[in-house]
Design a protein. Sequence first.
Length: 351
Amino acid sequence: MKKINLFLFFLVSIGLLFQCRSTTEKAAAETVKEAAAATAELPALSDSVAKPSIRVSALKVKGNLIVGEDGKPVQLQGMSLFWSQWIGKYYNAKAIRWLKRDWNCTVVRAAMAVEYSGYLEQPGLEQAKVFNVIDAAVKEGLYVIVDWHDHHGEDHLIQAKQFFATVAQRYGHLPNVIYETYNEPIHVSWKEVLKPYHQAIIDTIRYYDTDNLIVCGTPNWSQDVQVAAADPLPDKNVAYTLHFYAGTHREDLRGKAHTALYNGAALMVTEYGLSQASGDEGIYEEETKKWWKFMDDHHLSSCNWSVADKDESSAALKPGAAATGGWTEDMLTPSGKLVRNHLRASNQDRH
């Protein structure tokens, strides 16, 4: 009788295992089907995908570090472009080439605007701008962060799936691509809102791309990294977004980052500024240097905000700076000069 009960228990367990697996696979299939249906509404893409002139290392999360194929920590440093719909003129190959060759960038970030006449209203146009940047970065041997630049991503889940399904299907075979699934969530719960949102996007990406690095936005304008670290996503190649502006965010935010790192989370600073969080009110050089040291000490990759000629402190360029690079010193803002000098010094041996 005991043997029969054990045998029945074994059969039930196997049945539950397959039922669970079937449910998971069904959910993933529905996610991809949903994204594919939405993507079919976009203009047809050309078949040409940039071929890398320089192969870059595949990035992996190892503990609280991002490492290359040799297992050694990788620290990428570069620039973020501005919202694609507002200052899209720098989303071109010549500007990306200049950032690589003159600024010594090792990474660029394409900020796919979602709201405010962005992807929600003109998906084909905004997507084409981002693809221009990806193609240029791949040709130059740069990493490229593909950023869903949204503050209300949970309200635009279908569109985010649509976009990332397209990106992953087209570029997922290239190690250059880093997916950033949600720029800056505002006041929403990690457990109830953000974690399920990220998991849905991860499922979509992983259907086409099983291994590239994914970076996930954290609560409170991507500052509460310690919350995400305490309840991490299950994907093995995920890091968490940390954003700061030196005039606003100081030791308290570095403390949150310390906690997240101590708890084993890998972090990436996909956006930082030398100004206040508003993007204005001057630059804070000494506090920026503290942040640069903190990121160096912990091997944190980063992108400065931003490649823009907007009349504000955080912009790297003065109004009217050429769309195609070739910027002389007199076309750089105080922030642009400091960041360029920092990148040229830090990355001089990485080319």
